[in-house]
Ligand binder design. Structure first.
Ligand SMILES: [Zn+2]
Length: 498
């Protein structure tokens, strides 16, 4: 098994990942509270843990990724009351929207996406055990966790209970023993969803939901608990307190936290009011731009959602695509013979002529061959070092540069087709691990409107007749329809713009 090191928030250092069960990794990630459309900041843990999971699977681990949806919460109830609908309806609407929006990223889904409302029995059992063992107490129909009772409290966030300001207000008619104590079960108020419990009707607190669901699906001492950095305190600290008080052993062994997405250096959040919705983003950009935007910086760093950073991500995708499709073009003309291409002279002038491997000079291909090995090694070194996707992308850009250089230099004499084919496959494979499918959404005619194809033909005709104004006009009309024309050795190709 290949080793990987990850930064553990609990120990504040990078550690080798040693799974509880050999060859298997269990990961629990805190998902969204479904009271509105998710924003781009909510998508960061979704994307990061999906990519991390893909990489672990690539290394040969069997991974179980659990990502919950919080579907009963104060925020959901508030919104339902404001809109005059049931909180079940709000939760259902936005759970579906979340699944749809994140689904469009093309990263697949977590293995299990549990909902809090489907785990009420487990949650009540956990609350009961905490009350029976003295770690929690009932008052006025609510149940509170006795923070001072748990000696390990503060070990994740580094906070000391005697200096803690954290205080969750008690509900009406209740008396908490200490301001530090937090609710694990909340007595029902009118117009709130509620369930029967040993303490009367009520609903779970947020922290106990994640503890119950992670223990149910992954068991004691599971491998990795993840989420946004803003969840370290109090959410994750409280999860540890609840779980370890009941099980008497370690809860999650590694804690991974992603940095926040900021806008003008403030955390993107609904309460700050500076959010950019994921569905709004995906209406304007290729989903791969968002993935590359996230991966272009280390997952633990804050990341500014700015026009410049998005443009940078879009141009990354463009560079990868250009390289990949240039190789496709060369390999295609090697298969069909250069004479069969229907591009005009101008279109083919920038392209590489492919030749049989026997003709290619092996000393010319050596730099690319070496770059292939080096880039792959560097890619894995970076990924194994706390999932440094920014470094992994840099390795892939090194490979792209070498491919381009080789293509330029070998154009006069003919390129090594096998080597180029290997380079194309490697680039696609490594980008695929990062969740970026480089071969997707390339349009070369099939399935396009006749109108668009007419425009492509008009442009070609105009270029041949050197009527550049007419050629530009056709190009602009295609651009307005969302397509870019790219000239390849096989003739023009339409590419949907990112
Ligand atoms: Zn959680």
């Amino acid at each position: 098994m290949n080793d990987i090191r990850i930064y553990n928030t609990l120990t504040r250092r990078k550690e080798d990942l040693i799974p509880r069960d050999r060859g298997k990794v269990g990961i629990y990630v805190c998902g969204p509270t479904v009271y509105g459309y998710v924003h781009v900041g909510n998508a960061r843990p979704y994307v990061f843990f999906a990519v991390f999971t893909r990489y672990l699977r690539y290394l040969g681990y069997e991974v179980k990724l659990v990502e919950n949806l919080t579907d009963v919460d104060d925020k959901i109830i508030d919104r339902a009351n404001k809109e005059g609908v049931s909180s079940e309806e709000i939760a259902r609407t936005y759970s579906e929207a979340y699944i749809e929006d994140t689904g469009r990223l093309g990263l697949g889904r977590p293995d299990i996406e549990p909902r809090a409302t489907e785990h009420i029995d487990e949650i009540i059992n956990l609350c009961r055990e905490l009350v029976e063992s003295g770690y929690a107490y009932e008052t006025g129909g609510s149940v509170y966790y006795r923070v001072r009772e748990f000696s390990g409290y503060g070990k994740l966030s580094g906070q000391k209970t005697d200096q803690m300001q954290h205080c969750e207000l008690a509900r009406e008619g209740e008396a908490k023993e200490s301001p530090l104590d937090f609710a694990i079960w909340k007595a029902a108020k009118p117009c709130e969803p509620s369930w029967e419990s040993p303490w009367g009707r009520g609903r779970p607190g947020w922290h106990i939901e994640c503890t119950a669901m992670s223990l149910q699906y992954l068991g004691e001492k599971f491998d990795i608990h993840g989420g946004g950095r803003d969840l370290v305190f109090p959410h994750h600290e409280n999860e540890i307190a609840q779980a370890e008080a009941v099980t008497g052993t370690t809860f999650a062994r590694y804690w991974m936290h992603n940095g926040m997405i900021t806008r003008k250096e403030e955390k993107m959040s609904k309460s700050v009011g500076n959010i950019f919705l994921l569905r709004e983003f995906l209406g304007k950009y290729d989903p791969r731009v968002l993935i590359l935007f996230f991966l272009s910086s280390h997952y633990r760093s804050p990341l500014e959602f700015s026009g410049a950073n998005l443009e940078e991500a879009a141009s990354m995708l463009e560079r990868f695509r250009n390289c990949f499709w240039k190789l496709e073009g060369v390999l295609e003309s090697a298969r069909t013979g250069p004479a069969n291409g229907h591009g005009d002279g101008a279109a083919a002038s920038t392209a590489v002529t492919a030749a049989a491997p026997a003709i290619a000079d092996s000393s010319e291909s050596r730099p690319l061959r070496e770059a292939l090995e080096r880039s792959e090694e560097q890619f894995h070194d970076e990924m194994r070092d706390d999932v440094n996707t920014a470094g992994a992308l840099a390795a892939l850009f090194g490979l792209v540069r070498s491919i381009n250089e080789y293509a330029e230099e070998s154009s006069a004499r003919g390129a090594d087709v096998d080597l180029l084919s290997e380079a194309r496959d490697k680039l696609a494979e490594l980008l695929g691990i990062l969740g970026v499918d480089i071969s997707r959404e390339e349009y070369s005619g099939a399935g396009l409107d006749d109108e668009l194809l007419d425009l492509v033909e008009q442009r070609e005709r105009a270029r041949k007749e050197k009527d550049y104004a007419a050629a530009d006009e056709a190009r602009d009309r295609l651009a307005a329809a969302g397509y870019e024309v790219r000239d390849t050795p096989q003739g023009p190709k339409l590419v949907r713009k990112t």
